[in-house]
Design a protein. Structure first.
Length: 260
């Protein structure tokens, strides 16, 4: 009987060790001196800091923490995408005609170990050997379930980059769609030569790691803030043109800044 209890206890401990943990992944970005840090909590909250940009996922909602001439701005990414898309439509900007693109496919071609983590090597390429604009992309993905939450959190950056374009009516890029599919397979260990994992550390986060520095603006307030920054930039452009001098630097409308 004691042996049975001992075995059951060992199995329970093993199962607990595989439960989600707070973890930080640090990445090198090509030849950039600054890198990218991804923090993911056991409950799914996440934060990405990259070259002055801060994206936060808290309680299942995605946010951008930014800064403009009036100070800090916190916006839901979905709201921000709609505001930017609406502004583009109102300005008369029309989505460019989609370029002719081949269909793409993902092919698993081997394995590779990066930062002591094994991963699957994938290639994103045009189907049927057709030439792919920009060439092929290769990536290494860790599919270990222990890193599943971290892999999903990486898609925050992809959402931020493509949401405004989609809200403005631009068609979805076939490459972007396949990249999202690729990143959904697990944690990115390497993406081409631009993103490479340096290390993963497991340490419990403090309570402020995913804290928003202010309440998120509603869509009306966000629209007003966006238009105010645009008006300031246009006024600066007119003043510079009237004086025949150089145009002052435009206001940093919704320029992302690290959350405190």
């Amino acid at each position: 009987m004691r042996i049975r209890f001992a075995v059951a206890g060992a199995l329970l401990l093993a199962a607990c060790s595989k439960s989600p943990e707070d973890a930080t992944a640090t990445y090198k970005l090509g030849g950039q001196s600054a890198g990218m840090t991804l923090k993911v909590a056991a409950n799914g909250d996440a934060r990405i800091d990259m070259m002055g940009n801060t994206l936060i996922r808290k309680d299942g909602v995605d946010y951008l923490v930014g800064k403009d001439s009036q100070g800090t701005v916190v916006a839901k990414i979905d709201d921000l995408g709609q505001v930017i898309g609406t502004a583009m439509k109102e300005s008369g900007a029309k989505p460019p005609a989609p370029p002719q693109q081949p269909d793409y496919e993902l092919a698993k071609t081997g394995t590779e170990t990066i930062a002591n983590l094994p991963g699957e090597l994938w290639k994103l390429r045009a189907k049927g050997g057709a030439p792919a604009p920009g060439g092929e992309l290769d990536a290494v993905i860790a599919t270990d379930p222990a890193y599943k939450q971290m892999g999903k959190a990486m898609l925050l950056q992809t959402r931020m980059m493509t949401l405004g374009m989609r809200e403005s009516g631009q068609p979805e890029n076939k490459v972007d769609k396949k990249v999202e599919e690729l990143m959904s397979k697990g944690l990115v260990l390497r993406m081409g030569q631009g993103v490479t994992l340096e290390k993963v550390e497991k340490a419990k986060f403090d309570a402020d790691t995913f804290k928003l520095p202010a309440a998120a603006l509603g869509r009306d307030a966000l629209t007003a803030r966006f238009k105010a920054e645009r008006d300031k930039m246009e006024a600066a452009q007119k003043a510079a043109a009237a004086q025949g001098g150089q145009m002052p630097a435009p206001p940093a409308a919704l320029k992302a800044t690290p959350a405190k």
